[in-house]
Ligand binder design. Structure first.
Ligand code: LR7
Ligand code: MN
Length: 547
């Protein structure tokens, strides 16, 4: 009796294992042509990886897993490459170098529904314009290779590469030789400007050489992801006045890990800095919402696609803008106010290296962001420019050059006014006066507002950070203690505690642990009681995006 039961159980077990193996064999040998199979296809890679790594633990992001060892310092030379790289590029150049000219697999960060979308065969062709200044060679090569290998041939009209008069020795020759060796000179057109122009005029130089139907601008340290171009071209194909940006995924500057970005849209503040805003509540409820284009008041500026004729019709860029900054808001306001529109396409993903700091400055250390912002405020913002100026009284006497041509463009195109833009495109944007009203309303509802004795107004904290000496583990630290007035400042190992966490306020103060303000009054930096008026407590940093 027992033997019989055992036999029956054995038969059942064997047939079950066989059916399961047959099923697995069939699944793993089928190509991923629909979403339900995509996951399995990814798991195939996982299996390969697990085999390769043998005893190593399992990782969810298969494609980033090989990065682990790339940062290991083996020689003194490695150390120099890494540390000099942080200064020259704002990222770990040793990892970038070892990662090489192309990375085969990136995590597919799109929503699952994106991979089943069938795109029109008959899309317009694209000229990709990339300008660079002193870029790290491998970062640039990865940008080019990712474009060439992840763009269907018939859609890639050309890549236009503009060297913005880089002064790194031999960089131009290195790039030229690389393109020759890789036989890329047919697709990639490398040109150099005659002087340092800045990213705005360098892009214009490239755009004016282009002959494809659509222009796509990219920064020189990006990697485009799977099927990145089709969603962009599709939108423009359907409506020539839409400008479309991809979702900008994050390439981490220390490890080069590729991470997905959430769906957000672009906005700005009255300091005329670009910022990301979360989507209005309820926008993302069903799966389908995750693949719909996102209407956006502004774009980040670095990566977008535009119909080439339309780009020329609406006045390209303001060529009077120098080096860096402001052109993204100028383009955004202009497009909306003059009849076009801006969208972010969630199925198009491009990774961008978010650097630790901007590693270059403008000639003569000009604050080009300020100058460019003044130009755009005076051309496009009508009376609302006062809100910018009142935040930046220091700019009142700054010479921002001649803007008559841009004003004439606005008249010629018959554009709507800035009030229309705010009401219709960015109704969430509060005027500083509304902000004050909202704040006092909030205060009315607070029964006993608690004020610190030193604090006559409610401080509005807009950022929180350590002051970290770039490329080191050293942070600014009070010599006597964070609660002690007149305490000087020294460098100590970063420990992220009360003694090191600074808060930036909307009045440009830097407040240590929300208590005492960074002060330069005595000639040496120290922490002092926060005063309402003292200009010795107002601090500016040239890049507030952390890029
Ligand atoms: O003088 C220069 N000449 C250049 O050719 C200075 C820069 N450049 C090149 C540079 O090599 C790079 O390829 O221009 C490109 C952009 O410069 P970055 O990478 O220093 O700019 P960023 O990434 O710090 O800043 C963002 O804002 C800029 C405002 O002028 C531009 O619009 C950038 O394109 C833009 N980048 C992005 O939108 C990527 C996503 C970041 C975010 C948010
Ligand atoms: Mn960039």
């Amino acid at each position: 009796m027992n033997g019989y039961k055992f036999f029956l159980f054995g038969c059942l077990f064997t047939s079950l294992t066989w059916s399961l193996s047959l099923f697995m064999y069939w699944k793993l040998n089928t190509k991923p042509d629909s979403y339900s199979q995509v996951k399995l296809y990814r798991r195939e890679n996982t299996f390969e990886y697990v085999k390769k790594q043998k005893s190593k633990y399992f990782k969810s992001h298969v494609d980033n897993s090989d990065l682990e060892d790339l940062g290991i310092i083996k020689t003194d030379e490695d150390l120099v490459i890494r540390d000099k790289g942080y200064i020259d590029h704002g990222f770990n150049a040793l990892v970038s170098q070892r990662l090489g000219n192309y990375r085969k697999s990136l995590p597919d960060t799109r929503h699952k529904l994106c991979s089943v979308i069938q795109y029109d065969q008959n899309l317009p062709t694209a000229s990709i314009v990339i300008c660079f200044y002193n870029e790290h060679p491998q970062a640039l090569f990865r940008t080019i290779q990712s474009v060439i290998r992840r763009t269907p041939k018939e859609l890639l009209h050309e890549v236009i590469l503009i060297n913005d008069y880089s002064d790194k020795p031999n960089l131009h020759e290195i790039v030229e030789q690389y393109l020759k060796d890789e036989k890329l000179l047919k697709v990639v057109n490398l040109k150099k400007t005659n002087k340092r122009e800045g990213l705005i005029r360098a892009r214009l130089f490239g755009a004016n050489l282009a002959t494809g139907q659509v222009l796509i601008f990219l920064d020189s340290h990006v990697e485009v992801n799977i099927d990145w171009i089709q969603p962009l071209l599709t939108r423009i194909h359907n409506n020539r006045t839409q400008i479309i940006a991809p979702i900008i995924d994050i390439i981490q500057p220390d490890t080069f890990e590729y991470k997905s970005s959430p769906l957000v849209r672009g906005g700005f503040n009255w300091g005329l800095n670009f910022k990301w805003d979360s989507l209005p509540k309820g926008t993302l409820t069903t799966d389908k919402d995750f693949v719909k284009p996102i209407k956006t008041p502004t774009i980040a500026g670095g990566l977008f696609a535009v119909n080439r004729d339309y780009f020329n019709e609406i006045g390209q860029y303001d060529s009077g803008m120098n080096i860096w900054g402001g052109e993204n808001l100028e383009l955004s306001f202009r497009v909306w106010m003059c009849g076009g529109s801006l969208y972010i396409e969630p199925c198009s993903r491009v990774g961008h290296v978010f650097r630790k700091h901007r590693p270059y400055s403008a000639p003569n250390h000009e604050d080009t962001m300020a100058r460019n912002s003044l130009r755009l405020a005076n051309v496009w913002m009508d009376d609302f420019k006062k809100f910018f100026i009142s935040k930046r009284m220091d700019l009142l006497r700054l010479d921002y050059g001649d803007i008559s041509e841009r004003k004439a463009l606005r008249t010629k195109l018959g554009c709507k006014n800035f009030n229309w833009y705010l009401e219709n495109v960015y109704p969430e944007m509060l005027l500083p006066t509304d902000e004050a009203d909202q704040l006092s309303k909030k205060l009315e509802n607070v029964e006993k507002p608690v004020f610190q004795p030193w604090n006559k107004r409610v401080r509005n904290y807009i950022a929180k950070f350590l002051l970290n000496l770039s490329g080191t583990n050293l942070c600014i630290h009070p010599s006597k203690g964070h609660q002690i007035k007149h305490s000087g400042l020294v460098l100590r190992s970063c420990i992220r505690n009360k003694e090191q966490i600074w808060y930036e306020t909307d009045k440009e103060e830097l407040v240590l642990s929300k208590l005492l303000c960074l002060d330069s009054g005595s000639g040496k930096p120290a922490i002092e009681k926060c005063s309402e008026t003292g200009s010795s407590q107002r601090w500016k940093h040239s890049d507030d995006k952390g890029t």
